[in-house]
Design a protein around this ligand. Structure first.
Ligand code: SAH
Length: 343
């Protein structure tokens, strides 16, 4: 390798590590929101006990961040839950594929014995560093490993973990680089992804780190490969051009993880367009202020004030307008509840 090539490869590794570190931030924000009482997630606590102390310095986030994190987790959870329950009600298998899953605990919340769904396949993909650690965590954390009857870890260093339970639910975790479609295809194959099963794709704070050519290639690949009805949920920041947005973009870029996708998909309209372009005919995209107001009644919002009082309403609305939730469906064949259908 020449010294120029060496320089390029270490710059790429540095950039990837900065993006990987955004997972720690997402995890700690969620932990902070649960510790302040916004919602319950015992899996976060179980995981944090196993992480090295330095990674888990409990950083209590300000109320506005905690409430925003709660809104993010809740909107994604409700959309995924409604896909799962619609598939269960129709008696069909459901498949969920989370790209850039990080340490997300949603699959464990879904597989938790209290809720008991059946016939769900949940596949999580991320960079090797993340999936390897997550696979170890799942094996060590009893509260998680006992959700499954078997936890098979394959010692081939790919971070693959595959598990099943008696409800014929299946969970798989595998490394992959979303910028490389061959790597995505390989991960699908190892995780036994079935292209003919109704599938929900999830990207929560992920597409924004990909160049538009890479995220377009990913959307185009899944849209053209999956033959059964499929749905895509995307959550990420928007509005990079106003004063708040440009400050947000520059703050994140300073951490070494620039928002490579935000300029091409800067608002609800362009977000709708990016999915329509690849054949998702029914696309709803709303900013999180709209989503939050649709999801929560006045009484619900008052209850949130019991955890922490939020005085800065103007700032709250402005921040929430800088995030979008997109729900795109490939066809009407599978009747799916859509929480934004009235918008
Ligand atoms: N979705 C999780 C984590 C968000 S942090 C959550 O909301 O909690 C962003 C995640 O995307 C990180 O785990 C990062 O490693 C992953 N990611 C970003 N670019 C990626 C790529 N090219 N290939 C695989 N994973 C990627």
């Amino acid at each position: 390798m020449t010294s120029t090539e060496q320089g390029e490869s270490s710059a790429k590794a540095r950039a990837d590590n900065a993006v990987i570190a955004t997972n720690d931030d997402a995890f700690l924000c969620k932990l902070s929101a649960t510790r302040c009482g916004y919602y319950e997630d015992e899996f976060l606590e179980a995981i944090v006990r196993e992480l090295p102390r330095t990674d888990t310095t409990p950083l209590r986030r300000p109320p506005i961040i905690n409430r925003g994190t709660f809104a993010r987790v809740e909107v994604v959870r409700q959309l995924v839950d409604s896909f799962v329950s619609d598939c269960c009600a129709l008696g069909i298998r459901a498949q969920i594929i989370s790209f850039g899953a990080g340490y997300d605990t949603l699959p464990f919340r879904i597989f938790d014995t209290n809720t008991h769904p059946t016939g769900i396949t949940y596949v999580e993909l991320d960079f090797h560093t993340v999936t390897k650690t997550k696979a170890q965590l799942i094996s060590f954390v009893k509260r998680i490993s006992t959700l499954f009857d078997t936890v098979d870890r394959f010692a081939n260093e790919t971070g693959l973990l595959a598990s099943t339970n008696s409800n014929s639910n299946h969970y798989a975790l595998h490394e992959c680089d979303l910028r490389n479609i061959d790597s995505v295809r390989d991960a699908f194959s190892v995780c036994h992804v079935d292209y003919a099963v109704p599938t929900l794709f999830l990207t929560e704070c992920v597409l924004m780190y990909l160049r538009p050519t890479d995220s377009d290639a990913l959307l185009s690949f899944v849209a053209s490969t999956f033959t059964a009805p499929h749905q895509f949920i995307n959550y990420e920041p928007i509005r990079p051009f106003d004063a708040f947005g440009s400050q947000m973009v520059s703050n994140i870029a300073k951490r070494g993880s620039p928002l490579l996708g935000i300029t091409d998909y800067p608002d609800e309209k362009t977000q709708r367009g990016r999915f329509r372009k690849h054949g998702w005919d029914h696309v709803h995209a709303v900013n999180m202020r709209v989503a939050f107001d649709a999801m929560f009644t006045f009484a619900d919002k008052m209850k949130l004030n019991r955890h922490q009082v939020l005085d800065e309403l103007e700032e709250w609305n402005m921040i929430m307008e800088h995030y979008v939730i997109v729900c795109a469906r490939s066809s009407q064949k599978l009747t799916l509840h859509n929480m934004f259908s009235s918008k």
